[in-house]
Design a protein around this ligand. Structure first.
Ligand code: GLP
Length: 236
């Protein structure tokens, strides 16, 4: 595992975008695993700048996102599809048919999970998976629990995640209580993993990277993957 520490969030974002950009240059038809949350926004902005400057081309890239809320369609401003459109897809030359997220409006989340796991598999797996980390150590929406979920599955969100994510909704009651997420097994199959954690996540990051590997700190499982890069920063 490589841990890189930058001075601040701007540098973290620039470095993350450099590593993602390098992946695009090395393999233009790569599969990128993407994440939502506040942390990757700066990296997405830098990637958009790279595209506008003519340095990056997304025309062949295929993407799969980690997760999506249940009960929100892609047009809902708090859905992760909407987030991706806003921060990346609508601003670069990516083909919409090459972008994938679980369908939050699917009537049967179990069936949607099976479809999404098979889709990731059929794409030949993820070349580079971008991750954030929740305050309780979750990755994707794999919440602390007594096992590591192997495949894409529906989850009930914990109270702490609902509260943390409520900052983006008008009212806490509006936050969906369920999501479909890649499993820990799905995430670990990625050939490379890039975890971004801002200064506010240093305590949980430390616990995940140096503590015991346990499903009660889901991100701790990354200690078992052979190609993980972590970027963190000293100040916001
Ligand atoms: C959400 C997402 C995670 C993300 C986490 C941290 O719960 N499902 O994939 O890593 O939030 O988000 P932030 O970067 O906003 O702290």
């Amino acid at each position: 595992m490589r841990v890189m520490e930058t001075k601040n969030y701007q540098e973290l974002s620039a470095l993350a975008a450099d590593l993602i950009g390098a992946q695009l240059l090395l393999k233009p038809r790569c599969v990128l695993g993407l994440a939502t949350g506040s942390t990757p926004i700066g990296a997405y902005q830098r990637l958009v700048e790279g595209y506008r400057a003519g340095r990056l081309d997304f025309s062949q890239v295929r993407t799969v996102n980690l997760d999506e809320y249940c009960g929100l369609s892609g047009e809902h401003p708090q859905s992760y599809r909407y987030f991706m459109e806003q921060h990346l897809f609508s601003q670069v030359n990516i083909l919409r048919e090459n972008t994938h997220l679980p369908n939050g409006a699917a009537p049967d989340p179990e069936e949607e999970s099976r479809r999404y796991e098979a889709l990731v598999e059929s794409m030949g797996g993820v070349d580079l998976q971008l991750l954030g980390i929740g305050r309780n150590g979750h990755i994707g929406f794999n919440e602390p629990g007594d096992s590591f979920p192997p495949v894409v599955h529906p989850v009930e969100l914990t109270e702490s995640t609902i509260l943390a994510n409520s900052r983006l909704f008008d009212r806490v009651e509006d936050v969906p209580t369920k999501a479909v997420t890649m499993g820990i097994g799905t995430i670990l199959k990625a050939r490379k993993i890039l975890l971004l954690a801002g200064a506010d996540k240093r305590a949980i990051l430390e616990e995940a990277l140096t503590g015991k590997v346990t499903p009660w700190v889901p991100a701790s499982v990354l200690q078992l993957h052979g190609d993980v890069t972590v970027i963190t920063c000293r100040e916001g």
